[in-house]
Design a binder for this molecule. Structure first.
Ligand SMILES: Nc1ncnc2c1ncn2[C@@H]1O[C@H](COP(=O)(O)OP(=O)(O)OP(=O)(O)O)[C@@H](O)[C@H]1O
Ligand SMILES: [Mg+2]
Length: 1039
């Protein structure tokens, strides 16, 4: 208890967290991919989001504020974005500051703690709102500026003390952004009974004007950028916390009123899709998302508590960020959250998740109190702290944040502290002024970072003469980064031109193209050094115009590099929809590719330096190969990992690769820090147990089976890129229950004839020819797997090792006891997908036993045994999936109705034909009794008996001919389909010289394909016309 003046406990003000949503304009990337806006805001408080896949599905959220910054704006002469016209609902930076920033300032003046958090996925506009870009200053600079303006206007007998600190949390480590020396392992969070959690040894600088704060922020951003370009921190995964301590000292009343303002730019909130990384044995290994995930847990727990649920534990202590934000969340602070969202349809899932997050945060109740202390009490509390920490603070022009307030008022005059603090920064001011001068006169390199906030922060000047660049401190330009050598390259600046030359085999890429010799640089050339350190070259002042440098952003570099390597949307298989707009699915995969490309280069570099022997390559997997309808579904990026020493191969999903990349970075950082980078095999992100590898898939269309026709084919196994991996010889033979193959006479004209009937068929895997996997590694093997219709598991053939053309000869008989409509539909529209699996030394083989399969008395495997799932069975699915299922169901019902109508018409015709036959039969009976045909008493109108037999035979022959015509047609179509698939996958060669033979061969294939289609159709038309003619003659005859 306070031993100074007795004070009344202040009454808390109970407030909810104030929540604002802000939607930004489309990014260039979104514009390029033809994104549509799925967000609308009809009032100052409502935000509506539409599901792009299901446009009727619209969700509305109500928050304290909704900012429309998506459209309706223009740039004024200073580059500030303002409303385009008075009717525009556009909200600019000033509008956001007006509501949120002023709220913070009000709280600060009253003595309340205030916190503002920016939440949202990467690139959604968090930093834009918090810090701002160029002339569009964000909330933080505006708050600081107005705070000092207000102080200026106050009476002079009071003292106003402002201190500033800036830290970054990455991977649960705290980095002081105002200190050049990096503490190994980061700064520690400590807890004090009175002050709560605080960061020990954090630099906190006393400031007396806004310009000083601006410099400090510049300084902090520079340190952050250097850390980020040194590779081991991806800035979008780090949180930045800026703290402004504001204290009003009233000496005449022996009182202080103080406020701690926390401004938090959170890490990108995107979640790793669980599919893909969920199978990774090291999924829980990385701590990179821990703080953000735990922040979500804390918010959920507090929201539950506010809703009256019993919450036993709020996990503040489980992560660094939540410890520091404890008072902001449910404690002594007035808190606001700005949820930054993208307007684009491709970000729908993430945006919805951000809005839901904001909705939970809105429920939290805080209990803020005015922090008034007597001078003595404050001095005692903080003096105690200072004694405990003494010696730990950084070398001090000033003391750590937690010791700043209060003690000073009684011990050292504030003015003295200000003076002390700024002496240390003077040198840096001079350096900054010098730098500004050099920018004007010398050619230089500007860093380009993935985070636009960090781009252009570092400048490397190229003075006249020659200078080296590299990791070693002896270079004129010292840079760090993956794949940068001690002496990496040299620049020369003479005769009014600048050239660059790589040292020995160091990687230098200019405008997307790797260079090996000295190369002249032009103003605005793009340079990548090592794996991924990107710089924009700014030439001599005479070369410069008023260009907009922001055009050369990180995306520009990566796209240019990809294009130079021959990767573009067309190559990934974009199909133009006619309006010059590529398929959105392919565009999305292209974006993924571009995003992962530099990461894969970095991972390879780390593997090399850590001597792990892995080579990682990006591949695009075409999911059509695993779709039994062969539809051109989505594509997916994946990473093929090869151990070049053992030739072992692994396939990693994108999510698994990203997860592993974070872990690799941690390990690599330990290596850089000179720590022991050895890890046990089980924890090694570069290691995985040897696995079976999926090599390719073959499609065997099942339509002939629906007509009880035999099918024998040689089809290609195509790998994920559509290239031939091997050829499969396979047959599917309809047969009797005893396994006797059906003949031509057993063929049916209409698959519906098999409805409810027993169907038996055998699948025979005969041989696999020319398996590349086996050619490439002598100690490898293969297995083949397939799964037909509703079989619960895959059937695998026995493993075959070390033979390039393995003879397999495995036949399995399947039985559908009562063929269902769905099964018959499946046969007509689907293909059997046969997968080829690669076995490698030390991997477990795929099990050939089939314990879960139901078999008939004869031992055949039963298919078509499942019940149609009811909606109840899908209770686990989300509401989204349910509405999708309903749509599908509705479509299916429509299709079924159509089929029913056709069926009805056919039945009618059948009845008519039967009646006619009966008539013929009864006529026949008059001459020759028959037990099969009924007497109708209409004999007089029947044709003479001599004509009867030929007519019956004629009818039967019609059916036979029809069946035959169909059979020929289906066979033709099967061949055509196979040819079509081959054509679709037929890729042009890399080598230009081979292009002519390729084009020639391709046109030949097109011609063959066209001929086959033409002749099949022509034959079918002729046959059907002939049959119809015969039938007509026959019917006329009956009448
Ligand atoms: N309201 C806005 N008006 C105009 N441009 C915006 C707006 N919000 C964001 N942007 C632009 O979008 C890009 C991404 O914004 P920003 O860097 O703020 O995203 P972020 O959420 O901080 O991403 P990260 O998580 O990677 O740090 C920037 O180029 C920025 O200029
Ligand atoms: Mg940011």
């Amino acid at each position: 208890m306070d031993n100074g003046k007795v004070m009344k406990m202040p009454m808390p003000s109970i407030d909810g967290v104030k929540v604002a949503v802000r939607v930004r304009p489309f990014s260039q990337r979104e514009k390029n991919s033809g994104s549509k806006c799925v967000i609308s805001m009809h009032s100052r408080t409502t935000t509506t989001i539409q599901d792009p896949k299901n446009p009727e599905h619209v969700k509305t959220f109500t928050f304290d504020l909704a900012y429309w910054s998506h459209s309706g704006f223009q740039k004024d002469k200073d580059g500030v974005l303002i409303s385009a016209d008075p009717s525009s609902k556009f909200a600019g930076q000033r509008d956001v500051f007006h509501d949120l920033g002023r709220g913070i300032l009000d709280s600060a003046w009253q003595g309340y703690n205030a916190t503002l958090l920016a939440y949202g996925q990467t690139g959604s506009g968090k930093s834009y709102s918090m810090i701002g870009f160029g002339a569009n200053k964000g909330i933080i600079p505006n708050v600081c500026e107005e705070l000092f303006q207000a102080i200026e206007k106050q009476e002079k007998h009071q003292e106003y003390q402002v201190t500033f600190s800036m830290l970054e949390i990455y991977n649960e480590q705290i980095r002081d952004l105002l200190s050049r020396t990096k503490k190994p392992g980061g700064l520690k969070v400590r807890e004090d009974q009175q002050l709560g959690f605080y960061v020990e040894g954090l630099t906190s600088v006393p400031c007396e004007n806004y310009a000083q704060i601006e410099r400090l922020m510049e300084q902090g951003t520079k340190i952050r950028t250097t850390a980020s370009t040194n590779m081991n921190a991806s800035s979008s995964r780090s949180h930045v916390v800026i703290t402004i301590q504001f204290k009003q000292v009233f000496p005449d009343r022996d009182l202080t009123k103080q406020s701690s303002i926390n401004l938090v730019d959170l890490a990108g909130s995107e979640r790793q899709k669980s599919s893909g990384s969920e199978g990774d044995r090291l999924r829980e290994g990385s701590r990179v998302n821990l703080s953000l995930t735990n922040l979500g847990n804390v918010i959920s727990a507090l929201a539950d508590a506010a809703m009256g649920k019993r919450v036993l534990h709020v996990p503040y202590r489980d992560s660094v960020l939540t410890k520091l934000l404890q008072s902001a969340l449910g404690g002594n602070s007035r808190t606001a959250l700005i949820a930054a969202i993208s307007p684009a349809d491709i970000c729908y899932e993430e945006t919805l998740s951000t809005l839901r997050y904001a909705e939970r945060a809105k429920k939290i109740r805080n209990r803020a109190v005015v922090n008034t202390w007597t001078l003595l009490r404050q001095w005692r509390a903080e003096n105690k702290l200072r004694c405990r920490d003494s010696g730990m603070a950084e070398q001090p022009a000033w003391l750590p944040a937690e010791q700043q307030l209060g003690t000073r008022a009684t011990q050292v005059p504030w003015a003295h502290l200000l003076q002390q603090a700024w002496a240390a920064w003077e040198q840096q001011y001079e350096a900054a002024a010098q730098e500004r001068q050099m920018v004007k006169t010398l050619p230089h390199l500007l860093n380009v970072n993935e985070d636009p906030q960090l781009t252009g922060v570092l400048k490397y000047f190229i003075p006249p003469g020659s200078c080296d660049i590299g990791q070693a401190a002896s270079n004129a330009i010292t840079i760090q980064g993956l794949g940068i050598s001690d002496k990496h390259a040299s620049f020369t600046n003479s005769d009014g031109k600048v050239t660059v030359a790589p040292h020995s085999k160091c990687k230098v890429v200019v405008n997307g193209v790797p260079i090996a010799t000295r190369t002249k640089l032009q103003h605005l050339d793009r340079i990548i050094l090592g794996s991924n350190s990107a710089y924009l070259y700014v030439g001599f002042p005479s070369e410069r115009g008023g260009e907009d440098l922001s055009r050369f952003d990180y995306d520009f570099f990566q796209l240019e590099r990809a294009a130079a390597e021959g990767v573009n949307v067309d190559k990934l298989g974009a199909t133009n929809s006619g309006e010059g707009q590529a398929d959105p699915g392919v565009l999305a995969v292209f974006q993924d590719y571009i995003k992962l490309m530099p990461l894969v280069a970095e991972a390879n570099q780390m593997s090399e330096e850590l001597k792990k022997g892995l080579k990682m390559e990006l591949k695009v997997k075409n999911l059509a190969s695993s779709d039994s309808r062969g539809c051109e579904l989505q594509k997916e990026v994946m990473v093929k990992v090869t151990d070049w020493r053992t030739q072992q191969v692994w396939i990693w999903s994108k999510a698994k690769f990203i997860n592993r990349k974070f872990l690799m970075e941690e390990l690599y950082q330990r290596f850089l820090d000179g720590e022991d980078s050895h890890v046990a095999q089980d924890d090694d992100p570069f290691w995985d147990p040897v696995e079976v590898v999926h090599l390719g898939s073959a499609h065997i269309w099942l339509q002939p089976l629906a007509y009880c026709m035999k099918l024998e084919e040689q089809v290609a196994f195509l790998d994920c890129e559509g290239l031939e991996e091997a050829v499969l010889h396979v047959s599917i033979i309809p047969c009797s229950p005893t396994g006797r193959a059906h003949g031509e006479e057993d063929m049916v004209i209409d698959p519906l004839e098999m409805l409810g009937e027993r169907m038996d068929f055998q699948i025979r895997i005969v041989q696999c020819l020319g398996v590349k996997w086996l050619k490439e590694g002598a100690r490898r093997g293969i297995q083949i797997g397939y799964r037909i219709y509703d079989l619960p598991n895959t059937i695998y053939t026995k493993p075959v090792w070390k033979i390039v053309n393995p003879q397999i000869e495995e036949t399995i008989q399947f039985t559908a006891l009562n063929a269902s409509q769905e099964f018959l539909n499946y046969l007509q529209t689907n293909a059997l997908i046969v997968d080829l699996w690669g076995l490698q030394d030390g991997c477990a083989e795929l099990s050939c036993s089939q314990p879960d399969l139901t078999v008939t008395g004869e031992g055949h495997i039963m298919v078509d045994t499942r019940k149609i799932p009811t909606v109840k069975d899908t209770s686990q699915t989300t509401s989204n999936q349910i509405s999708e299922l309903y749509l599908k169901l509705h479509k299916l019902e429509q299709e079924t109705e159509l089929l029913r109508n056709i069926n009805r018409a056919l039945r009618k015709e059948n009845v008519f034909l039967k009646e006619s036959l009966a008539k013929i039969g009864s006529g026949q009976q008059a001459h020759k009794p028959s037990s099969t045909l009924k007497t109708t008493g209409m004999t007089a109108r029947l044709p003479p008996a001599t004509e009867m037999n030929p007519m019956c035979t004629q009818q039967a022959s019609c059916d036979r001919q029809f069946a035959k015509a169909l059979k020929v047609f289906y066979q033709g179509m099967n061949t055509a389909r196979a040819q079509f698939l081959t054509l679709r996958q037929y890729k042009p060669p890399e080598d230009d010289q081979m292009l002519r033979p390729f084009v020639h061969q391709q046109s030949q294939m097109f011609k063959d394909f066209g001929d086959l289609l033409e002749s099949s159709l022509w034959k079918l038309k002729n046959d059907v016309a002939l049959i119809v003619k015969k039938k007509r003659e026959y019917l006329l005859h009956i009448k």
